[in-house]
Design a protein around this ligand. Sequence first.
Ligand code: HEM
Ligand SMILES: *[C@@H]1O[C@H](CO)[C@@H](O)[C@H](O)[C@H]1NC(C)=O
Ligand SMILES: *[C@@H]1O[C@H](CO)[C@@H](O)[C@H](O)[C@H]1NC(C)=O
Ligand SMILES: *[C@@H]1O[C@H](CO)[C@@H](O)[C@H](O)[C@H]1NC(C)=O
Ligand SMILES: *[C@@H]1O[C@H](CO)[C@@H](O)[C@H](O)[C@H]1NC(C)=O
Ligand SMILES: *[C@@H]1O[C@H](CO)[C@@H](O)[C@H](O)[C@H]1NC(C)=O
Ligand SMILES: *[C@@H]1O[C@H](CO)[C@@H](O)[C@H](O)[C@H]1NC(C)=O
Length: 330
Amino acid sequence: MRSSMALSKSLLLLLLGFLCCSSTEAHVEFGFYNDTCPHAEAIVLHEMTRIIADDPTLAGSLLRMQFQDCFVRGCDASILLDSSNNNVAEKDAIPNKSLRGFDVIDRVKAKLEEACPGIVSCADIIAMAARDSVYLANGPYFPIQTGRRDGNKSEASDLMANLPPPTANITELKAFFLQKNLTVKDLVVLSGAHTIGFSHCSSFSQRLYNFSGKGDTDPSLDMEYAEKLKRKCKPHDHDDMRTLVKMDPKSPRRFDLCYYRLVSEGKGLFASDEALLHDPETRAYVERQAMASSAEEFFNDFGSSMVIMGKIGVLTHQKGEIRKKCAYVN
Ligand code: HEM
Ligand SMILES: *[C@@H]1O[C@H](CO)[C@@H](O)[C@H](O)[C@H]1NC(C)=O
Ligand SMILES: *[C@@H]1O[C@H](CO)[C@@H](O)[C@H](O)[C@H]1NC(C)=O
Ligand SMILES: *[C@@H]1O[C@H](CO)[C@@H](O)[C@H](O)[C@H]1NC(C)=O
Ligand SMILES: *[C@@H]1O[C@H](CO)[C@@H](O)[C@H](O)[C@H]1NC(C)=O
Ligand SMILES: *[C@@H]1O[C@H](CO)[C@@H](O)[C@H](O)[C@H]1NC(C)=O
Ligand SMILES: *[C@@H]1O[C@H](CO)[C@@H](O)[C@H](O)[C@H]1NC(C)=O
Protein backbone atom coordinates (compact mmCIF):
# COMPACT_ATOMS: atom_id res chain seq x y z
CA MET A 1 0.00 0.00 0.00
CA ARG A 2 2.63 2.44 1.12
CA SER A 3 4.95 1.56 -1.66
CA SER A 4 2.24 1.86 -4.28
CA MET A 5 1.35 5.25 -2.90
CA ALA A 6 4.97 6.23 -3.07
CA LEU A 7 5.08 4.90 -6.58
CA SER A 8 2.05 6.87 -7.73
CA LYS A 9 3.41 9.91 -5.98
CA SER A 10 6.65 9.68 -7.86
CA LEU A 11 4.76 9.07 -11.09
CA LEU A 12 2.74 12.16 -10.40
CA LEU A 13 5.88 14.16 -9.75
CA LEU A 14 7.39 12.84 -12.95
CA LEU A 15 4.27 13.83 -14.85
CA LEU A 16 4.22 17.28 -13.27
CA GLY A 17 7.87 17.70 -14.08
CA PHE A 18 7.09 16.79 -17.66
CA LEU A 19 4.19 19.20 -17.88
CA CYS A 20 6.05 22.10 -16.45
CA CYS A 21 9.45 21.69 -17.98
CA SER A 22 9.45 19.68 -21.14
CA SER A 23 7.86 22.17 -23.49
CA THR A 24 9.74 25.31 -22.68
CA GLU A 25 13.28 26.04 -21.67
CA ALA A 26 14.07 27.82 -18.45
CA HIS A 27 11.54 30.54 -17.86
CA VAL A 28 10.65 33.21 -15.38
CA GLU A 29 7.12 34.50 -14.85
CA PHE A 30 5.14 37.43 -13.52
CA GLY A 31 4.17 36.90 -9.90
CA PHE A 32 6.35 33.84 -9.29
CA TYR A 33 6.11 34.47 -5.53
CA ASN A 34 2.30 34.96 -5.47
CA ASP A 35 1.83 31.85 -3.34
CA THR A 36 5.21 31.29 -1.71
CA CYS A 37 6.03 34.85 -0.64
CA PRO A 38 3.10 37.06 -1.60
CA HIS A 39 4.58 40.27 -0.23
CA ALA A 40 8.06 39.80 -1.70
CA GLU A 41 7.83 42.64 -4.19
CA ALA A 42 6.17 44.97 -1.65
CA ILE A 43 8.87 44.21 0.91
CA VAL A 44 11.59 45.04 -1.59
CA LEU A 45 9.91 48.29 -2.64
CA HIS A 46 9.42 49.27 0.98
CA GLU A 47 13.10 48.70 1.80
CA MET A 48 14.25 50.32 -1.43
CA THR A 49 12.19 53.42 -0.73
CA ARG A 50 14.05 53.89 2.53
CA ILE A 51 17.41 53.05 1.02
CA ILE A 52 17.10 55.49 -1.88
CA ALA A 53 15.73 58.19 0.42
CA ASP A 54 18.88 57.79 2.56
CA ASP A 55 21.24 57.72 -0.42
CA PRO A 56 19.76 58.62 -3.81
CA THR A 57 23.08 57.90 -5.51
CA LEU A 58 22.54 54.19 -5.00
CA ALA A 59 19.80 54.08 -7.64
CA GLY A 60 22.31 54.18 -10.48
CA SER A 61 24.57 51.56 -8.95
CA LEU A 62 21.72 49.14 -8.35
CA LEU A 63 20.41 49.56 -11.88
CA ARG A 64 23.85 48.94 -13.27
CA MET A 65 24.23 45.92 -11.01
CA GLN A 66 21.50 44.09 -12.90
CA PHE A 67 23.13 44.86 -16.25
CA GLN A 68 26.43 43.44 -15.04
CA ASP A 69 24.81 40.46 -13.37
CA CYS A 70 22.80 39.51 -16.45
CA PHE A 71 25.58 40.02 -19.00
CA VAL A 72 28.09 37.94 -17.10
CA ARG A 73 26.94 34.30 -16.69
CA GLY A 74 23.26 35.23 -16.89
CA CYS A 75 21.02 36.79 -14.25
CA ASP A 76 22.15 34.43 -11.50
CA ALA A 77 23.54 36.79 -8.85
CA SER A 78 27.10 35.76 -9.71
CA ILE A 79 27.96 39.45 -9.30
CA LEU A 80 27.26 39.14 -5.55
CA LEU A 81 29.53 36.21 -4.73
CA ASP A 82 32.67 36.94 -2.75
CA SER A 83 36.09 35.86 -3.88
CA SER A 84 37.63 32.91 -2.08
CA ASN A 85 41.20 31.78 -1.47
CA ASN A 86 41.47 30.16 -4.85
CA ASN A 87 39.06 32.23 -6.92
CA VAL A 88 38.75 35.89 -7.87
CA ALA A 89 35.05 36.67 -8.24
CA GLU A 90 33.36 39.08 -10.69
CA LYS A 91 32.93 41.78 -8.08
CA ASP A 92 36.69 41.99 -7.61
CA ALA A 93 37.44 42.17 -11.31
CA ILE A 94 35.96 45.54 -11.75
CA PRO A 95 38.43 47.37 -9.55
CA ASN A 96 36.34 47.70 -6.42
CA LYS A 97 35.64 51.39 -7.06
CA SER A 98 33.11 50.43 -9.62
CA LEU A 99 29.93 48.99 -8.16
CA ARG A 100 28.27 49.97 -4.94
CA GLY A 101 25.20 48.71 -3.14
CA PHE A 102 26.16 45.17 -2.18
CA ASP A 103 25.24 45.93 1.42
CA VAL A 104 21.85 47.16 0.26
CA ILE A 105 21.13 43.83 -1.39
CA ASP A 106 22.10 42.10 1.86
CA ARG A 107 19.73 44.34 3.78
CA VAL A 108 16.82 43.54 1.46
CA LYS A 109 17.68 39.84 1.54
CA ALA A 110 17.58 39.87 5.35
CA LYS A 111 14.07 41.33 5.29
CA LEU A 112 12.91 38.69 2.83
CA GLU A 113 14.49 35.89 4.85
CA GLU A 114 12.56 37.16 7.85
CA ALA A 115 9.27 37.07 5.94
CA CYS A 116 9.78 33.93 3.86
CA PRO A 117 12.95 32.00 4.70
CA GLY A 118 14.72 30.31 1.81
CA ILE A 119 12.26 31.41 -0.87
CA VAL A 120 13.45 34.51 -2.70
CA SER A 121 16.64 34.30 -4.76
CA CYS A 122 19.38 36.90 -4.74
CA ALA A 123 19.10 37.09 -8.53
CA ASP A 124 15.46 38.18 -8.18
CA ILE A 125 16.41 40.70 -5.52
CA ILE A 126 18.87 42.31 -7.94
CA ALA A 127 16.12 42.49 -10.58
CA MET A 128 13.57 43.95 -8.15
CA ALA A 129 16.07 46.46 -6.74
CA ALA A 130 16.96 47.63 -10.25
CA ARG A 131 13.29 48.01 -11.19
CA ASP A 132 12.53 49.92 -8.02
CA SER A 133 15.60 52.13 -8.47
CA VAL A 134 14.24 53.32 -11.80
CA TYR A 135 10.84 53.95 -10.29
CA LEU A 136 12.25 55.79 -7.28
CA ALA A 137 14.30 58.00 -9.61
CA ASN A 138 11.01 59.22 -11.12
CA GLY A 139 11.18 56.73 -13.95
CA PRO A 140 8.54 54.22 -14.99
CA TYR A 141 7.27 51.38 -12.84
CA PHE A 142 7.17 48.22 -14.92
CA PRO A 143 6.22 44.67 -13.97
CA ILE A 144 9.12 42.22 -14.00
CA GLN A 145 9.27 38.47 -14.04
CA THR A 146 10.67 36.48 -11.17
CA GLY A 147 11.61 32.88 -10.43
CA ARG A 148 15.34 33.16 -11.10
CA ARG A 149 17.58 30.98 -9.00
CA ASP A 150 21.13 31.65 -7.89
CA GLY A 151 24.27 30.31 -9.51
CA ASN A 152 27.27 28.86 -7.75
CA LYS A 153 30.15 30.32 -9.70
CA SER A 154 31.66 33.74 -10.25
CA GLU A 155 34.89 34.36 -12.11
CA ALA A 156 36.55 37.69 -12.72
CA SER A 157 37.90 36.39 -15.99
CA ASP A 158 34.36 36.18 -17.45
CA LEU A 159 34.03 39.94 -17.49
CA MET A 160 36.15 40.97 -20.44
CA ALA A 161 34.37 38.82 -23.00
CA ASN A 162 30.88 39.66 -21.82
CA LEU A 163 30.74 43.23 -20.60
CA PRO A 164 31.05 45.97 -23.21
CA PRO A 165 33.73 48.53 -22.27
CA PRO A 166 33.00 52.29 -22.37
CA THR A 167 35.42 52.55 -25.29
CA ALA A 168 33.36 50.20 -27.45
CA ASN A 169 32.37 51.38 -30.92
CA ILE A 170 28.96 50.69 -32.43
CA THR A 171 30.03 47.45 -34.12
CA GLU A 172 31.36 46.09 -30.85
CA LEU A 173 28.32 47.23 -28.87
CA LYS A 174 25.96 45.49 -31.26
CA ALA A 175 28.04 42.34 -31.05
CA PHE A 176 28.01 42.34 -27.22
CA PHE A 177 24.23 42.68 -27.22
CA LEU A 178 23.67 40.15 -29.99
CA GLN A 179 25.74 37.65 -28.03
CA LYS A 180 23.02 37.91 -25.36
CA ASN A 181 20.22 37.78 -27.96
CA LEU A 182 19.45 41.43 -27.38
CA THR A 183 18.57 43.64 -30.33
CA VAL A 184 19.97 46.92 -31.57
CA LYS A 185 16.82 48.50 -30.18
CA ASP A 186 17.53 47.00 -26.75
CA LEU A 187 21.01 48.53 -27.00
CA VAL A 188 19.81 52.07 -27.63
CA VAL A 189 16.94 51.77 -25.15
CA LEU A 190 18.95 50.27 -22.29
CA SER A 191 21.78 52.74 -22.82
CA GLY A 192 19.17 55.29 -21.71
CA ALA A 193 19.92 54.01 -18.18
CA HIS A 194 22.85 56.42 -18.33
CA THR A 195 20.36 59.17 -17.60
CA ILE A 196 21.05 58.45 -13.94
CA GLY A 197 24.20 57.81 -12.03
CA PHE A 198 27.84 58.59 -11.82
CA SER A 199 31.08 57.55 -13.41
CA HIS A 200 34.68 57.52 -12.35
CA CYS A 201 37.08 59.61 -14.43
CA SER A 202 38.97 56.52 -15.52
CA SER A 203 35.98 55.36 -17.57
CA PHE A 204 36.31 58.22 -20.04
CA SER A 205 39.58 60.08 -19.39
CA GLN A 206 41.14 58.65 -22.52
CA ARG A 207 38.59 60.70 -24.48
CA LEU A 208 39.86 63.84 -22.78
CA TYR A 209 43.60 63.37 -22.83
CA ASN A 210 44.80 60.65 -25.15
CA PHE A 211 42.03 59.81 -27.56
CA SER A 212 44.08 58.46 -30.43
CA GLY A 213 47.30 57.99 -28.54
CA LYS A 214 48.60 61.45 -29.47
CA GLY A 215 47.63 63.37 -26.37
CA ASP A 216 44.47 64.57 -28.10
CA THR A 217 40.82 65.04 -27.15
CA ASP A 218 38.01 63.10 -28.84
CA PRO A 219 36.89 65.53 -31.55
CA SER A 220 33.33 64.21 -31.37
CA LEU A 221 33.03 65.39 -27.77
CA ASP A 222 31.47 68.83 -27.40
CA MET A 223 34.42 71.18 -26.76
CA GLU A 224 32.92 73.15 -23.94
CA TYR A 225 31.81 69.97 -22.23
CA ALA A 226 35.28 68.47 -22.68
CA GLU A 227 36.80 71.49 -20.93
CA LYS A 228 34.39 71.12 -18.06
CA LEU A 229 35.25 67.46 -17.71
CA LYS A 230 38.98 68.23 -17.79
CA ARG A 231 38.55 70.52 -14.82
CA LYS A 232 37.02 67.62 -12.87
CA CYS A 233 39.29 64.86 -14.12
CA LYS A 234 43.00 65.59 -14.22
CA PRO A 235 45.36 63.75 -16.58
CA HIS A 236 47.12 60.65 -15.30
CA ASP A 237 44.38 60.16 -12.77
CA HIS A 238 43.65 56.63 -13.84
CA ASP A 239 43.71 55.42 -10.30
CA ASP A 240 41.53 58.18 -8.93
CA MET A 241 38.94 56.22 -7.00
CA ARG A 242 37.14 59.20 -5.53
CA THR A 243 36.09 61.70 -8.17
CA LEU A 244 32.62 60.91 -9.44
CA VAL A 245 31.19 62.63 -12.49
CA LYS A 246 27.49 62.96 -13.16
CA MET A 247 26.58 61.13 -16.33
CA ASP A 248 23.65 63.50 -16.86
CA PRO A 249 24.90 66.77 -15.33
CA LYS A 250 21.51 68.46 -15.16
CA SER A 251 19.51 65.69 -13.53
CA PRO A 252 21.74 62.82 -12.35
CA ARG A 253 19.06 61.50 -10.04
CA ARG A 254 16.15 61.79 -12.42
CA PHE A 255 15.28 59.06 -14.87
CA ASP A 256 14.25 61.07 -17.92
CA LEU A 257 14.99 61.78 -21.59
CA CYS A 258 18.06 63.91 -20.89
CA TYR A 259 20.46 61.14 -21.85
CA TYR A 260 19.25 61.25 -25.44
CA ARG A 261 19.43 65.03 -25.55
CA LEU A 262 23.02 64.91 -24.31
CA VAL A 263 24.09 62.25 -26.76
CA SER A 264 22.50 64.12 -29.64
CA GLU A 265 24.48 67.22 -28.62
CA GLY A 266 27.86 65.46 -28.45
CA LYS A 267 27.76 65.35 -24.66
CA GLY A 268 27.49 61.63 -24.13
CA LEU A 269 30.08 60.77 -21.48
CA PHE A 270 31.45 57.52 -22.91
CA ALA A 271 32.60 56.69 -26.40
CA SER A 272 29.94 53.95 -26.20
CA ASP A 273 27.27 56.60 -25.72
CA GLU A 274 28.52 58.68 -28.62
CA ALA A 275 28.70 55.51 -30.72
CA LEU A 276 24.90 55.36 -30.79
CA LEU A 277 25.06 58.15 -33.37
CA HIS A 278 27.03 55.92 -35.74
CA ASP A 279 24.24 53.57 -36.75
CA PRO A 280 21.09 54.67 -38.58
CA GLU A 281 18.68 52.81 -36.28
CA THR A 282 20.23 53.86 -32.96
CA ARG A 283 20.78 57.39 -34.22
CA ALA A 284 17.15 57.72 -35.25
CA TYR A 285 16.05 56.56 -31.81
CA VAL A 286 18.40 58.96 -30.02
CA GLU A 287 17.21 61.88 -32.11
CA ARG A 288 13.54 61.03 -31.72
CA GLN A 289 13.80 60.80 -27.94
CA ALA A 290 15.93 63.94 -27.77
CA MET A 291 13.07 65.83 -29.42
CA ALA A 292 10.22 64.02 -27.71
CA SER A 293 7.86 66.06 -25.56
CA SER A 294 6.87 63.02 -23.51
CA ALA A 295 8.90 60.18 -22.06
CA GLU A 296 6.12 57.69 -22.68
CA GLU A 297 7.69 55.82 -25.58
CA PHE A 298 11.09 55.57 -23.88
CA PHE A 299 9.53 54.48 -20.60
CA ASN A 300 7.52 51.72 -22.29
CA ASP A 301 10.54 50.59 -24.29
CA PHE A 302 12.75 50.61 -21.22
CA GLY A 303 10.40 48.36 -19.27
CA SER A 304 10.20 45.91 -22.17
CA SER A 305 13.95 45.78 -22.71
CA MET A 306 14.60 45.34 -18.98
CA VAL A 307 12.28 42.32 -18.96
CA ILE A 308 14.22 40.88 -21.89
CA MET A 309 17.59 41.59 -20.29
CA GLY A 310 16.27 40.00 -17.10
CA LYS A 311 15.86 36.66 -18.87
CA ILE A 312 19.45 36.25 -20.03
CA GLY A 313 20.78 32.87 -18.96
CA VAL A 314 18.40 32.47 -16.03
CA LEU A 315 18.47 29.38 -13.85
CA THR A 316 14.99 28.12 -12.98
CA HIS A 317 13.19 25.05 -11.64
CA GLN A 318 15.72 22.47 -10.48
CA LYS A 319 18.73 24.47 -11.60
CA GLY A 320 20.62 26.69 -9.20
CA GLU A 321 19.72 27.32 -5.58
CA ILE A 322 18.23 29.93 -3.28
CA ARG A 323 21.26 31.33 -1.51
CA LYS A 324 20.95 31.93 2.21
CA LYS A 325 23.46 34.78 2.06
CA CYS A 326 23.92 36.53 -1.23
CA ALA A 327 27.71 36.67 -0.96
CA TYR A 328 28.14 32.90 -0.55
CA VAL A 329 26.91 29.71 -2.13
CA ASN A 330 25.02 27.51 0.35
C1 HEM B 1 25.84 49.67 -23.74
C2 HEM B 1 26.90 49.33 -23.08
C3 HEM B 1 27.28 49.91 -21.77
C4 HEM B 1 28.50 50.37 -21.43
C5 HEM B 1 29.74 50.36 -22.28
C6 HEM B 1 28.41 50.87 -20.08
C7 HEM B 1 29.46 51.41 -19.37
C8 HEM B 1 29.35 52.03 -18.14
C9 HEM B 1 30.43 52.63 -17.41
C10 HEM B 1 31.90 52.59 -17.84
C11 HEM B 1 29.93 53.20 -16.31
C12 HEM B 1 30.69 53.99 -15.23
C13 HEM B 1 31.32 53.07 -14.22
C14 HEM B 1 32.20 53.83 -13.28
O1 HEM B 1 33.18 54.42 -13.73
O2 HEM B 1 31.90 53.86 -12.08
C15 HEM B 1 28.52 52.97 -16.32
C16 HEM B 1 27.66 53.42 -15.38
C17 HEM B 1 26.33 53.08 -15.36
N1 HEM B 1 25.68 52.22 -16.21
FE1 HEM B 1 26.37 51.54 -17.96
N2 HEM B 1 27.14 50.72 -19.63
C18 HEM B 1 26.41 50.12 -20.62
C19 HEM B 1 25.10 49.72 -20.55
C20 HEM B 1 24.31 49.86 -19.44
C21 HEM B 1 23.03 49.25 -19.24
C22 HEM B 1 22.38 48.27 -20.21
C23 HEM B 1 22.57 49.66 -18.04
C24 HEM B 1 21.30 49.30 -17.32
C25 HEM B 1 20.20 48.95 -17.91
C26 HEM B 1 23.56 50.58 -17.51
C27 HEM B 1 23.42 51.30 -16.35
C28 HEM B 1 24.38 52.12 -15.83
C29 HEM B 1 24.15 53.00 -14.69
C30 HEM B 1 22.82 53.25 -14.01
C31 HEM B 1 25.38 53.60 -14.39
C32 HEM B 1 25.67 54.55 -13.23
C33 HEM B 1 26.27 53.75 -12.11
C34 HEM B 1 26.41 54.50 -10.80
O3 HEM B 1 25.80 55.56 -10.62
O4 HEM B 1 27.14 54.01 -9.94
N3 HEM B 1 24.61 50.65 -18.36
N4 HEM B 1 28.20 52.24 -17.45
C1 LIG C 1 0.28 36.35 -9.76
O1 LIG C 1 -0.79 37.25 -9.62
C2 LIG C 1 -0.90 38.18 -10.68
C3 LIG C 1 -1.99 39.18 -10.33
O2 LIG C 1 -3.13 38.52 -9.93
C4 LIG C 1 -1.14 37.46 -12.00
O3 LIG C 1 -1.19 38.38 -13.06
C5 LIG C 1 -0.01 36.48 -12.23
O4 LIG C 1 -0.25 35.74 -13.41
C6 LIG C 1 0.15 35.55 -11.06
N1 LIG C 1 1.32 34.72 -11.30
C7 LIG C 1 1.39 33.46 -10.91
C8 LIG C 1 2.63 32.73 -11.28
O5 LIG C 1 0.51 32.91 -10.27
C1 LIG D 1 39.81 48.62 -3.02
O1 LIG D 1 41.04 48.14 -3.47
C2 LIG D 1 42.14 48.80 -2.90
C3 LIG D 1 43.40 48.32 -3.58
O2 LIG D 1 43.23 47.07 -4.15
C4 LIG D 1 42.14 48.54 -1.39
O3 LIG D 1 43.22 49.22 -0.79
C5 LIG D 1 40.84 49.08 -0.82
O4 LIG D 1 40.77 48.78 0.54
C6 LIG D 1 39.66 48.49 -1.53
N1 LIG D 1 38.46 49.15 -1.08
C7 LIG D 1 37.35 48.51 -0.78
C8 LIG D 1 36.19 49.35 -0.37
O5 LIG D 1 37.26 47.30 -0.83
C1 LIG E 1 27.05 24.29 -9.55
O1 LIG E 1 25.99 24.42 -10.47
C2 LIG E 1 26.10 23.55 -11.58
C3 LIG E 1 25.02 23.93 -12.59
O2 LIG E 1 23.78 24.09 -11.97
C4 LIG E 1 26.01 22.12 -11.10
O3 LIG E 1 26.13 21.23 -12.20
C5 LIG E 1 27.10 21.86 -10.10
O4 LIG E 1 26.95 20.59 -9.55
C6 LIG E 1 27.09 22.88 -8.98
N1 LIG E 1 28.29 22.72 -8.16
C7 LIG E 1 28.26 22.76 -6.85
C8 LIG E 1 29.56 22.60 -6.15
O5 LIG E 1 27.23 22.90 -6.22
C1 LIG F 1 35.33 48.90 -33.98
O1 LIG F 1 36.37 48.31 -33.26
C2 LIG F 1 36.87 47.13 -33.87
C3 LIG F 1 37.83 46.45 -32.91
O2 LIG F 1 38.58 47.36 -32.19
C4 LIG F 1 37.52 47.50 -35.19
O3 LIG F 1 38.05 46.35 -35.82
C5 LIG F 1 36.46 48.13 -36.08
O4 LIG F 1 37.04 48.61 -37.29
C6 LIG F 1 35.77 49.28 -35.38
N1 LIG F 1 34.58 49.63 -36.14
C7 LIG F 1 34.21 50.87 -36.36
C8 LIG F 1 32.95 51.06 -37.13
O5 LIG F 1 34.85 51.81 -35.97
C1 LIG G 1 20.38 33.00 -27.68
O1 LIG G 1 19.49 32.25 -28.49
C2 LIG G 1 20.04 31.03 -28.94
C3 LIG G 1 19.07 30.41 -29.92
O2 LIG G 1 17.76 30.45 -29.46
C4 LIG G 1 20.32 30.14 -27.73
O3 LIG G 1 20.91 28.93 -28.14
C5 LIG G 1 21.29 30.86 -26.81
O4 LIG G 1 21.48 30.11 -25.64
C6 LIG G 1 20.75 32.22 -26.43
N1 LIG G 1 21.76 32.93 -25.69
C7 LIG G 1 21.53 33.53 -24.51
C8 LIG G 1 22.67 34.21 -23.87
O5 LIG G 1 20.43 33.52 -23.99
C1 LIG H 1 48.82 57.85 -24.96
O1 LIG H 1 48.59 56.70 -25.73
C2 LIG H 1 49.74 56.18 -26.35
C3 LIG H 1 49.34 55.05 -27.27
O2 LIG H 1 48.42 54.21 -26.67
C4 LIG H 1 50.70 55.72 -25.25
O3 LIG H 1 51.88 55.21 -25.83
C5 LIG H 1 51.02 56.91 -24.35
O4 LIG H 1 51.82 56.49 -23.28
C6 LIG H 1 49.77 57.54 -23.82
N1 LIG H 1 50.09 58.75 -23.11
C7 LIG H 1 49.68 59.00 -21.88
C8 LIG H 1 50.07 60.28 -21.28
O5 LIG H 1 48.99 58.18 -21.25
